[in-house]
Design a protein around this ligand. Structure first.
Ligand code: PRP
Length: 182
């Protein structure tokens, strides 16, 4: 076992292994490749949590889609509790006007971030806008929101790894793990 695959002592349970995550991301990439075949697609990663899934999802989208990549940064959390407010910290560099846009997220929880972000981007008149999230905590919704592409629906546990953090830690873990609450 390499150092990167040793389970971190703060993790009580590995919920999704690296193998399961990569296999599902490949399926999502194949679905996106079919859905956008022959089209241009602006893939927008929401920093920071999406950084790992973005890297893997982009490589799973076939050459039949003309992909451009951009990022936004938003902030909606302080520690483990949702503040309910969304701040856009970094805006797109590419204009979404008239483009097919796919927002990529690590997790949808309350749905407040994606609701605010899609509304903000819709003001720029994209041709279409959809969301792909690796994880979805459907039990935690505070506003109705349904991503078109979902990797895994997960229970209401505090999870980290594969880009997800707790106070900026654990993003590098190659699996999704449930964090020990002490
Ligand atoms: C996470 C995640 C989403 C948001 C989802 O980001 O990446 O952007 O929370 O939560 P919601 O559905 O309750 O709005 P976070 O604010 O933790 O920032 P990060 O991506 O930089 O870790």
């Amino acid at each position: 076992m390499s150092n990167s695959t040793l389970v971190h002592p703060d993790i009580v349970k590995v919920l999704l292994s690296e193998e399961a995550l990569l296999a599902r991301i490949r399926e999502l990439g194949a679905q996106i490749t079919r859905d956008y075949a022959g089209r241009k697609l602006l893939v927008v990663g929401v920093l920071k949590g999406s950084l790992i899934v973005m890297a893997d999802l982009l490589r799973a989208i076939g050459p039949g889609v003309d992909v451009h990549v951009d990022f936004v940064a938003v902030s909606s959390y302080a520690g483990a509790a949702s503040t309910g407010t969304v701040r856009i910290l970094l805006d797109l560099r590419e204009s979404p006007e008239g483009r097919d846009v796919l927002i990529v997220e690590d997790i949808v929880d309350t749905g407040l971030t994606l609701t605010a972000l899609t509304e903000t981007l819709r003001a720029h008149k994209p041709a279409s806008i959809e969301v792909c999230t690796l994880l979805d905590k459907t039990d935690c919704r505070q506003t109705p929101f349904s991503p078109k592409y979902t990797g895994f629906k997960i229970p209401n546990e505090f999870v980290v790894g594969f880009g997800l953090d707790y106070e900026e830690r654990y993003r590098q873990l190659p699996y999704i793990g449930i964090l020990r609450v002490s």
